[in-house]
Design a protein around this ligand. Structure first.
Ligand code: SAM
Ligand code: SF4
Length: 328
């Protein structure tokens, strides 16, 4: 069985974007109140006294938009400097990144994924649901700054939505030719905006690879990450292309992760709501971290049965939380 040692930690459910694939159109989301969020102190207790002792050593900070979390630099410093932390990464939309990139790096963050779904500022604004001027430019500056500061690998995440940004696949893939950037195409999932998913559907990684292969050729890369991406390379390119195919392929058997929401719910499987436990309420009720550790160990023991494992139907069920609330 796979070692489950990777925890995705959502720091906040709020976001300064409203990406059409991630949140439902129109409807107001009920954001968590400040007192519902795990505090920094509670999060550190859970990491040190619950997650690390049961084998978690790799952490990714996500959201919502993690850079909206107050005191993010200090929090990163504390997690990065725990002796057992082997890897600390972040997924961000990059909008607030440029001015803080150096501080994040100095605090010990070494890996960063930035979402960039379009190279066209107009389409970008449509996707993020915000028509303010200069949004795309600001994210682009965030990407450049992060790269110059030394974030390597620097990964760009692209969710491909038919009829929205699929015509840009080749341009996005071309970013990997001259720069050591890693562009990762993520199949659109029905978590967040089921209506858009119902209207547009999704494009398989195999189809994307076919388009790229026809243009430049494509080889399987020697680089293989720990995660679910299948990694390829345009011949001679400096960077790589990753394909995350959770709709068309089933990688549940090699799943190595769990997710902790900003309000302290531990979620064993992205695609299923089964088996979640509310660690924050337990912690605040005074339940000892020894007992919490046992609860998490129990979830780890039954995770193989909880994992989704069936992917024939294309869509995978109803979700009470959006992707922004789960953390991707
Ligand atoms: N705000 C940050 C960002 O956008 O990078 C972090 C949180 S976001 C929920 C994490 C990842 O989930 C992003 O790469 C985003 O593109 C992806 N995501 C959101 N909704 C998705 C969906 N319906 N299908 C596939 N990926 C999705
Ligand atoms: Fe916000 Fe990230 Fe979701 Fe976009 S994908 S709405 S940036 S949480």
């Amino acid at each position: 069985m796979n070692q489950v040692d990777y925890l995705r930690i959502s720091l906040i459910d709020r976001c300064n974007f409203r990406c059409q694939y991630c949140m439902p159109a129109g409807a107001e989301l009920d954001y968590l109140l400040k007192q519902q969020l795990l505090t920094d102190e509670e999060l550190l207790i859970l990491i040190q006294e619950v997650f690390i002792p049961v084998g978690f050593t790799r952490f990714r900070l996500t959201g919502g938009e993690p850079l909206l979390r107050p005191h993010i630099v200090e929090l990163i410093e504390k997690i990065a400097h725990l002796p057992q932390t082997q890897d600390l990464a972040m997924t961000t939309n990059g909008f607030l990144l440029a001015p803080i990139a150096q501080s994040l790096y100095n605090a010990g963050l070494r890996r960063i994924n930035i979402s960039l779904d379009s190279l066209d500022p107009h389409i970008f604004n449509q996707i993020i649901g915000n028509h303010g001027r200069g949004r795309w430019q600001q994210v682009w500056e965030g990407i450049q700054t992060a790269y110059n500061v030394g974030f390597n690998p620097l990964k760009l995440n692209v969710v491909v939505v038919p009829g929205v940004n699929d015509h840009e696949i080749l341009d996005l893939a071309a970013l990997t030719i001259d720069k050591q950037w890693h562009v990762r195409f993520i199949e659109f999932m029905p978590i967040g905006n089921g209506d858009l998913f119902g209207d547009r559907g999704w494009i398989s990684s195999a189809n994307l690879r076919q388009s790229i292969r026809e243009r430049w050729g494509l080889t399987e890369s020697q680089v293989r990450g720990n995660g679910p991406a299948d990694v390829f390379q345009i011949p001679g390119a400096k960077g790589t292309l990753g394909f995350i195919s959770q709709m068309s392929e089933c990688f549940c058997d090699r799943c190595n992760r769990m997710r902790l929401s900003a309000d302290g719910w531990l979620r064993p499987c992205l695609l299923k709501e089964t088996g979640q436990i509310d660690l924050k309420t337990d912690l605040r009720a005074g339940i000892s971290t020894k007992e919490l550790k046992e609860k998490v160990q129990e979830i780890l023991n039954i995770k193989p049965e909880i994992n989704f494992k069936q992917r024939d139907s294309g869509t995978v069920g109803a979700y009470t939380r959006t992707m922004s609330q789960i953390g991707g």
